[in-house]
Design a binder for this molecule. Structure first.
Ligand SMILES: NC(=O)c1ccc[n+]([C@@H]2O[C@H](COP(=O)([O-])OP(=O)(O)OC[C@H]3O[C@@H](n4cnc5c(N)ncnc54)[C@H](OP(=O)(O)O)[C@@H]3O)[C@@H](O)[C@H]2O)c1
Length: 317
């Protein structure tokens, strides 16, 4: 059984811990900078061991795989530390704050023969995979337009979202989901157009990103400035697919050219949706693989390079 150790006892670590219970993985260790917080997390989520430092947990030989659940700016250093302790790594999105950091992580993992994967949980959702399959079967003909809306009203006191030193900004937090989805459907863009609104603290808080492909366009509106229905819509020559809550998708609806509902794809989560990426990590580790075929290093790098380009256009780096 693969024993997981979690770095950071925060919000998303709780979601991960709940999903882990519905997998073959073992909820083994939790590490926080605060020993009392780690102890409380252990009790609440049924973990076996709590550590008051990340390094102490990494020195535990029983930990097989580390899940990194901290703000983006810390991912690179924490991954390198875990790799140097010989631990497999599942690291939250955005994997790192830029592609150069990810290159360093993947090079170290390769040198040490350690598995590493970005925790882009959306890619592993059964409904997302079913949609991608259906699109490749041409059920909506040739896909030509993707519209994605992903915005919510952020709390400026939430430093993880607004502090540039923590790797804040809408792109790294939620834009990464839209970009991942566009890449799943169309691959890398030929040309990018974009505008962004910046917050006083220096992070992007509302952006429009248009990806142009030879015969298609993807438009993504992302931000922390308003609550809007979160949805992706994909249009093809023979129909369309509507995907409410696309990044945590359980249900998608396919329509014909006339707008008549033809098919509903529905796969309710076993837990909360995080379980499918955990299943993948377990499969890969049991097969002694160093990367996942469905979330390969090259895809993480492609998407980070696209995000580097966007931030460069907004004069952020
Ligand atoms: N929140 C979500 O809905 C969500 C969804 C999917 C993915 N994610 C991703 O999950 C990761 C963590 O997000 P989160 O919302 O769970 O973060 P969070 O609750 O703000 O922080 C998680 C943990 O990171 C450490 N941390 C936080 N602020 C820190 C600081 N200023 N300096 C050093 N360590 C700090 C703390 O670990 P200690 O326990 O050691 O104090 C904290 O418990 C991010 O990559 C995010 O994009 C979040």
């Amino acid at each position: 059984m693969i024993r997981f150790g979690v770095i950071g006892a925060g919000r998303i670590a709780r979601t991960f811990a709940e999903a882990l219970k519905k997998t073959e993985g073992c909820a083994y260790a939790i590490a926080s900078r605060d020993a009392a917080k780690a102890e409380a997390f252990k009790t609440m989520h049924g973990f076996e061991v709590a550590y008051g430092s990340y390094e102490a947990m990494l020195n535990d030989p029983l930990v097989d795989c580390v899940y990194i659940a901290t703000p983006h700016a810390f991912h690179k250093a924490q991954m390198l530390l875990a790799i140097d302790h010989g631990k497999a790594v599942l690291c939250e999105k955005a994997f790192t704050v830029n592609a150069a950091e990810a290159e360093e992580v993947f090079a170290r993992a390769k040198a040490q023969g350690v598995f590493v994967m970005e925790a882009m949980w959306s890619r592993f959702l059964p409904t997302v995979r079913a949609v991608v399959r259906r699109v490749h079967e041409h059920v909506i003909g040739t896909p030509c337009r993707l519209d994605i809306d992903f915005s919510f009203l952020g709390d400026p006191n939430d430093t993880r979202l607004y502090d540039p030193k923590l790797g804040g900004g809408a792109l790294l937090d939620i834009g990464v989901y839209a970009i991942t989805f566009a890449n799943l459907i169309f691959g890398a863009p030929e040309r990018i157009e974009t505008t962004a609104e910046m917050h006083d603290q220096g992070v992007d808080i509302a952006e429009t990103i248009t990806y142009h492909y030879v015969h298609a366009t993807a438009t993504m509106r992302v931000g922390f400035t308003e609550n809007r229905p979160i949805e992706a819509r994909l249009y093809g020559s023979e129909g369309s697919i509507r995907m409410p809550w696309f990044w945590q998708m359980e249900t998608a609806h396919r329509y014909d050219k006339g707008g008549v509902l033809i098919e509903t794809l529905s796969h309710p989560h076993r837990a909360n949706g995080f379980e499918y990426q955990i299943d993948e990590v377990i499969r890969c580790l049991e097969a002694n693989k160093l990367e996942s075929d469905w979330m390969p290093h090259r895809t993480t790098l492609d998407i980070l390079r696209q995000m580097d380009t966007l931030r460069h256009r907004w004069s952020m780096n």
